[in-house]
Each structure stands twice: as structure tokens, then as C-alpha cells.
Design a protein around this ligand. Structure first.
Ligand SMILES: O=C[C@H](O)COP(=O)(O)O
Length: 206
């Protein structure tokens, strides 16, 4: 079960970070991303009706995408997101109880880290992968270097990822990149131009 979700999450090498997208358009946006080949869909918990979006997307895109929650800062929020249907829990921060609750429910745990010590701590606490955030601050060289001693810990990078730099992070050893702003073009969404969102997604998966 989890391996299918893991495959959907990281297989395409790019995960969409959906933060505060208009509630009336977000399901169409997710559909557009899936059409573009992105099947890991992270809905951040600071979005309007995040739990409702997770539940609706999980039902609608069942088997086609892994839908999870982002910006999950504590275990209570993790519980709520998992109850709503989240298959994975992303965070920008490292919190032991959040990892614990996520794993108790058999879901994928990806806390945020920024140092090798935090990476190891996260992994020892049961995280499946770590999210290096904000990744563009340290660049691909950071990923390459930490993978020397800590190469067994899978890394997803997010924060400042775009079509020009994502390949360098993958080449440095990241299992996937998380992409927000450069994928969820505000003008395209405002205009309902979902085909252009699909085209942006294809830049990462094509
Ligand atoms: O929480 C934000 C995510 O890391 C996405 O960041 P981004 O909008 O710079 O791609």
C-alpha cells in the first residue's frame, strides 16, 4: 500500500506544493498537474479548507495520485490531515511527535531538515525521507556533500526549485524536488488556464 503511494509521490521526481490556491479552482489545478505527469500532490495546511481539499482530491484522484499534507507543524495537525485522507506528511521543521503519529498510521513521513545532524535525527526518529528546506539557499552541492556520509537517507528538496535548477538537485542525489511557486502560476490559475499548468508540470516530468 505504502509503496504504491511512495511510487506516486516520488516516481515522477517532482512533487507539487499547493499553497493557498483558490479553493474553487484547486481541484482543477490538481487535475492539470496530474495530466502533466506530477502524481505527488502536497496540500499545505495553511490553505483554505486544506482538509476538505485533501479529502476531495484523495477521492477524486484515487489510484492516480498520492495526496498528502504540507506545513504540518505538530502531531495534532498530522492526525487531522491523516484522518482527512493524507497519505504523506511534509513539514518544513523537525518534530518527533509528528513523525511518530504519522508512522503509527502507516503514512509517509517527510520532516524538514537543514543540517546533517537534523537529517540523522529525523531518520533515527522514523522519517521515511527528509525534506531539505529551503534548498535553493544551499544549492545542489549541499545535497551532494551530505550524501557522502548520509547517502542512505533519501532527500527531497524544496524551496526555490524551478525548471532551471531542478535537474542539478536530482543529479546531486535528491530523490525528488518539491515545486511550489514556479509551478502554480498565479495568473494561469486566476484565468482558469489549466492547460498551461499542465504544460508547466511537463517541464519537470517530460
Ligand atoms: O513551502 C514552500 C515550498 O517549499 C515551495 O517553495 P517554492 O514556492 O519556493 O517552490
Amino acid at each position: 500500500m505504502q509503496s504504491k503511494q511512495l511510487q506516486l509521490l516520488t516516481g515522477p521526481k517532482a512533487v507539487a506544493v499547493i499553497r493557498k490556491v483558490d479553493r474553487s479552482k484547486v481541484i482543477d489545478v490538481i487535475e492539470a498537474l496530474i495530466k502533466g505527469g506530477i502524481t505527488g500532490i502536497e496540500v499545505t495546511m495553511d490553505s483554505d479548507d486544506a482538509l476538505g481539499v485533501i479529502g476531495e482530491a484523495k477521492e477524486k484522484f484515487h489510484g492516480r495520485a498520492a495526496v498528502g499534507a504540507g506545513t504540518v507543524l505538530d502531531e495534532k495537525t498530522a492526525e487531522e490531515a491523516i484522518r482527512a485522507g493524507a497519505e504523506f506528511i511534509f513539514a518544513p521543521t523537525l518534530d518527533r511527535e509528528t513523525i511518530k503519529v504519522t508512522k503509527q498510521h502507516g503514512k509517509i513521513s517527510i520532516p524538514g531538515v537543514f543540517t546533517p545532524t537534523e537529517m540523522l535525527q529525523a531518520y533515527n526518529w522514523g522519517a521515511d525521507m527528509v525534506k531539505v528546506f529551503p534548498a535553493s539557499v544551499v544549492g545542489p552541492q549541499f545535497v551532494k556533500d551530505v550524501r557522502g556520509p548520509l547517502g542512505y537517507i533519501p532527500i527531497i528538496v524544496t524551496g526555490g526549485i524551478n525548471a532551471a535548477n531542478y535537474k542539478a538537485f536530482l543529479q546531486a542525489g535528491a530523490v525528488a524536488v518539491g515545486v511550489g511557486g514556479s509551478l502554480l502560476n498565479k495568473d494561469y490559475i486566476a484565468n482558469g488556464d489549466f492547460a498551461k499548468i499542465t504544460a508547466l508540470a511537463k517541464e519537470y516530468t517530460g
